[in-house]
Design a binder for this molecule. Structure first.
Ligand code: FRU
Length: 496
């Protein structure tokens, strides 16, 4: 660890090192066109997703020198937007510059409060023996963008009964009081969700744990989020260590729990059993925020720690999901791509027909596209070869199987194989109605699929070949009506 050069400020990194990092990315065939990704280095969790001073603010965990041997820098990279589609890069927002976050300003959140953006995050530190001390830190950003950090830290180390895996505070304000949920590991090495409370956002107390009513929450629970919809409380969290029990799923997962509104006095919540938030291969570290018009918006990291992606050969890794609007219907969380994304739409191809048994529809969808497919009743099954080559040999295969009442997402032949140790198929139980609507966003290396208005969602990375630009739909059952709208999408105005 000693011979790594650590930089506290991005501006102090010699231009030659930055140029070396950026040079790796030049010529990458894997650059996204309308999703957020770093111009070089590594991106993980979305942080500080908020609305303040007339703009959306969004940061991500950023390690721009990750692929430059021997040099290290980790911070929050900051973007702003007025429409959730076009983002302006503002550079680093939090840097590893104090003794309280020397080894990385880790994940955290932000809310607008009293003319400031109130930021609550975890400072990660290590001593010479590589022992970790986490700090929960408050920072404030004023309208001119100046950041003021508050000392002493809101919380130093971890509360009694917990290990040093204590991080990722997610803030909210309620009845003039401030609260945060924090991801924790208790001394029995079990994942926990802890609540912090403050009357003034300066002095914080540990309130206690929320009982998630689960037999297992893994060995650590990262990036919790709490919000309310339809008079109910919702917790989203990322338990680690469940994959041994639940085969076929991701190494680390994102769950949500719907319960009563959290009682901030006794922390009762009484949730229903946890559900998977997203059925894709690459999804983690979800963060939500409330838009000025009241919508609850969600973004996540389309990646998972310890997974590897072909972009790494070109010195970059990690991309965020599209922003999604969340709603709660009959105890189930729905996620829909935000309406603002329609401004990306360019030319549209349309198709409408009756599709007989064994028949196919084939459309040249392109790689950077949005497609809405509406199907009548599925009697047997329908397969959709997404980002397929012309023959249907290489593709990501989505099977809507009404017989077996399941949805199967299969990336076995999607292109360059990735993380195959964790399986190449994801299967989920599903009951199909009179109509099924499939909404797909494809970018160079990602597929986000929303079925039935976002009741089922999947986010996955794929690394197809150049010629995989087709959509092939095949009906294995009785004749059904099908309509397809397929838009070419414009790249976003992403100036970083
Ligand atoms: C989740 C996570 C967080 C932590 C951050 C550090 O991916 O491990 O728990 O704050 O990443 O980058």
């Amino acid at each position: 660890m000693e011979n790594i050069v650590r930089f506290k400020h991005y501006v102090d990194i010699p231009a030659a090192i930055v140029a070396q990092a950026k040079a790796l990315t030049v010529g990458s065939p894997w650059r996204q066109q309308y999703h957020i990704e770093p111009d070089t280095g590594f991106l993980n969790d979305p942080n500080g997703f908020s609305f303040f001073n007339g703009q959306y603010h969004l940061c991500y965990q950023w390690s721009p020198l990750r692929y430059c041997a021997g040099v290290w820098y980790q911070g929050w990279f900051h973007l702003t937007s007025t429409d959730l589609v076009n983002w302006q890069a503002c550079g680093p927002l939090l840097e590893p510059e104090t003794p309280y976050d020397s080894h990385g300003p880790y994940s955290g959140s932000a809310i607008a409060s009293d003319n400031e953006l109130l930021i609550f995050y975890t400072g990660n530190t290590r001593d010479d023996a590589w022992r970790r001390t986490p700090y929960q830190l408050i920072a404030r950003m004023d309208k001119s963008g100046t950041i003021t950090r508050q000392y002493p830290p809101a919380l130093t180390g971890q509360p009694t009964g917990y290990t040093d895996h204590f991080r990722d505070p997610k803030l909210w304000r309620q009845d003039g009081q401030y609260y945060a949920v924090v991801g924790a590991q208790n001394r029995h090495l079990q994942g926990r969700c802890v609540v912090l409370h403050s009357a003034d956002a300066h002095t914080w107390q540990v309130k206690g744990e929320i009982d998630l009513n689960e037999t297992s929450t893994g060995y650590m629970l990262e990036c919790p989020d709490y919000f309310e919809l339809e008079e109910q409380g919702i917790i989203i969290c990322c338990p680690q260590g469940l994959c041994a029990e639940k085969t076929r799923q991701n190494l680390y997962e994102v769950h949500y729990l719907v319960g009563e509104k959290l009682n901030v006095e006794d922390l009762s919540f009484n949730p229903q059993p946890a559900r998977l938030l997203d059925h894709g291969f690459d999804i983690y570290a979800i963060q939500t925020m409330q838009a000025p018009d009241g919508r609850r918006l969600l973004m996540g990291w389309m990646g998972i720690s310890e997974m590897h992606y072909p972009t790494e050969d070109f010195g970059h890794c990690g991309t965020l999901t599209l922003p999604r609007e969340v709603s709660l219907v009959d105890g189930r969380l729905y996620q829909r791509p935000v309406a603002e994304l329609r401004q990306l739409r360019g030319s549209c191809q349309q198709h409408s027909s009756m599709l007989g048994a064994g028949n196919r529809v084939k459309i040249h969808s392109g790689a950077v596209s949005e497609t809405i497919i509406t199907l009548g009743r599925i009697t047997e099954s329908v397969t959709m070869a997404l980002r397929s080559d012309e023959t249907g040999e290489r593709k990501t295969l989505l099977t809507l199987d009404a017989r077996e009442q399941q949805i199967v997402l299969d990336r076995t032949d999607a292109g360059q194989p990735i993380n195959t140790d964790h399986g190449t198929r994801r299967r989920s139980a599903w009951s199909f109605g009179e109509q099924t609507r499939v909404h797909v966003f494809s970018d160079t290396t990602s597929l986000e699929i929303f079925i039935d208005e976002g009741a089922w969602v999947s986010s996955s990375r794929i690394f197809p070949r150049e010629d995989q630009r087709w959509l092939i739909i095949e009906n294995k059952g009785a004749e059904m009506a099908i309509t397809i709208d397929c838009w070419q999408l414009k790249g976003m105005n992403n100036d970083h």
